[in-house]
Write a protein that binds this ligand. Structure first.
Ligand code: HEM
Length: 221
């Protein structure tokens, strides 16, 4: 992004400042290049970012990356406090796996099977983005008697799906065993959506899981 910003800075010196992203989208000219304040379109190629693109993306990373992970950690702590047996078993796994109290390396933390089960069950119970998976219908269609007109928005109720009895037996029980490696493969890919699904799935999934797992290990120690 910083490299892209340098290109923008040099172009603005030549052509004057760009307008904001919304007005570019409204005028339908975003793909053609930057719309300058005098209304003309610069020769910028499709893949160049405007300064507003940069600011919006930076803001998105802060919003998407901080609150979600902190919510996930808060709820995991709450669930561990309420389920002392799970907490004890997790603490034992951490003690067994770690060579020393400071050995919270990526490798050792990512090898902790029970930790992975606990984190996943916590994300099923309290998905930080409870109903924020939204898709726009490009072409009108019908599915199982429901009509989806073109251009409408579909919001996926993630929490409801995570508590659907047909997908999760005894859904109100906090049970990390659901995510045991032997049982995990039976979970349908579309029924567990804490990070969304498809090409616009959370870009920070792996980082978030690593960060949260390291924090939990250190907290429990
Ligand atoms: C526990 C932590 C997190 C959860 C539960 C979470 C969840 C989500 C969900 C549900 C979406 C929408 C996916 C979809 O529409 O299919 C999303 C998108 C996104 N997340 Fe996360 N997220 C987390 C952490 C992070 C972190 C740490 C970062 C960045 C470092 C991040 C960056 C993003 C970005 C940039 C998008 C938009 C992707 C796009 O529209 O193409 N997230 N996240």
């Amino acid at each position: 992004m910083l490299e892209a910003a340098k290109i923008i800075a040099s172009e603005e010196t030549k052509n004057g400042p760009t307008t904001d992203l919304n007005s570019n989208v409204q005028k339908g000219k975003l793909k053609e290049g930057k719309v300058l304040q005098n209304g003309s379109v610069s020769a910028a190629k499709e893949d160049k970012m405007t300064e507003d693109d940069l600011v919006q993306n930076a803001t998105l990373f802060l919003l998407a990356g901080y609150e979600t992970t902190s919510v996930m950690l808060s709820f995991t702590c709450y669930l561990l406090a309420k389920n002392q047996d799970v907490q004890q078993r997790l603490y034992k796994e951490i003690q067994q796996r770690l060579q020393s109290e400071v050995d919270t390396s990526y490798e050792s933390v990512m090898q902790m099977e029970y930790l992975d089960m606990v984190v996943n069950e916590s994300l099923r119970f309290y998905p930080p983005f409870a109903d924020s998976i939204i898709r726009e219908v490009k072409e009108g269609c019908e599915f199982e008697g429901m009509k989806f007109p073109a251009d409408s928005l579909v919001i996926f109720p993630v929490s409801y799906m995570h508590f659907d009895e047909t997908l999760w037996p005894d859904p109100q029980t906090f049970d990390p065993e659901r995510f045991h490696p032997d049982r995990k493969k039976n979970i349908h890919v579309s029924s567990f959506l804490p990070f969304g699904i498809g090409p616009r799935k959370c870009i920070g999934t792996r980082f978030a899981l690593m960060e949260a797992k390291m924090a939990i290990v250190r907290l429990l120690l």
